[in-house]
Ligand binder design. Sequence first.
Ligand code: GLC
Length: 420
Amino acid sequence: MKISINKAKKTLLGNRRRGYTLPTNNKLYPAQWNWDSGFIALGYSYFNLNFALKEINTLLDGQWKDGMVPHILFHNTKTNYYPNYTAWNCGNKIHSSGITQPPILATILKEILNKNEINKTQLLNIKKIIKKINKFHEWFIQFRDPKKTGLVSILHPWESGYDNSPLWDDPMNKVKIEKNIKYKRADNKVVNPDFRPLDIDYDRYVTIKNNLRKLKYNPKKVYKSSFFNVVDVGFNSIFLKANKDLVTLLDRFGLNKKKIENYIKATEKNFLKLYDKKRKTFFSKDIKNKKKIFIPSITNYFLLFADLNNDKINKILIQNLKKHNLKEKYFFSSIKSNHKSFEEKRYWRGPVWINCNWFIYKGLKNKDRLFSNKIRNKTIQILEKKGFFEYFSCKNGKPMGAKNFSWSAALYLDLKLNKN
Ligand code: GLC
């Protein structure tokens, strides 16, 4: 056990650059990623609180004036990553992408505050961080939910963090690929192309991105004009939880929490409109094409993490979750294995992801302790047996994607060392 804890720490430190940490030390992701940094900060908080706060501060240094925190910050511009900083052509102070990722910082910060002794300088720093996170959440509320529905939209599959999930297949099929599209991907040269998205998917990702760029990423325009606009269950669950945690933080630091509190009320109420009583499942909504999306994605169970104030629904979710992986040795598969879109190896279309297990484990802790412990133990087991890889086969545990993957190491530390 000790070996693995030391290895996890070493993995994070090995991926650390100046004030931020790469998702992995190979060439696949040579920049700072938004939600990766959140998980990574939580990992650092078990052995170096200053590194944890620095990770978050560096990410927030890239915050745009309107409040958005980009999904990628290109601190180092000399890499062969695509789309690189010139392909995005935007950023405030730091070159960045022009879209965002799941907002987990409030949740992470609350976790960190709960278990650490904080000195005065750190407290002052944390107050500044909270104000920036608040601005980020207000940006979501203002620009990603202009009709005030209590639920926010993502405007590119990459914003979800589960980039090529089958959740996006229908809305993506509607995207007309730009004529004469030209670009050079690097991801499928670094890892096995069977594990990565298909070229046709990539063409569409780039088409959506180029359109956002044409609109100069203007938050007032993109909601309406993006080729992709989806209200996703998983994403909104993470946002709801983050809003709840943000209220706690604002309260603790004597900051105004009214706006976020009101938004939480609207979310709690309107989430239920995404529930299909007959099928007993939640669906995401393709706003662009006015269609419901029913895909048995593990991300739908992030609702447990959101702590929806509805015991009946939570019970149904748990019952369904217990049926998500009846046959597989390792869980949770990102997509239910009997679904037609399931692929054992292609990323986000089947494999087990440590962060998904982590969200669900956390969500279940106060609802089904036995089951949550089982998830925790199984997740720890796979990491100790196979190493800190990016994702794993649910059939045989085969590790895939990048090795020395930061969030796998960081969340291992939390699963192992969190005493709460
Ligand atoms: C992939 C994942 C995304 C992650 C990034 C860096 O793009 O889909 O969730 O943030 O890699 O690890």
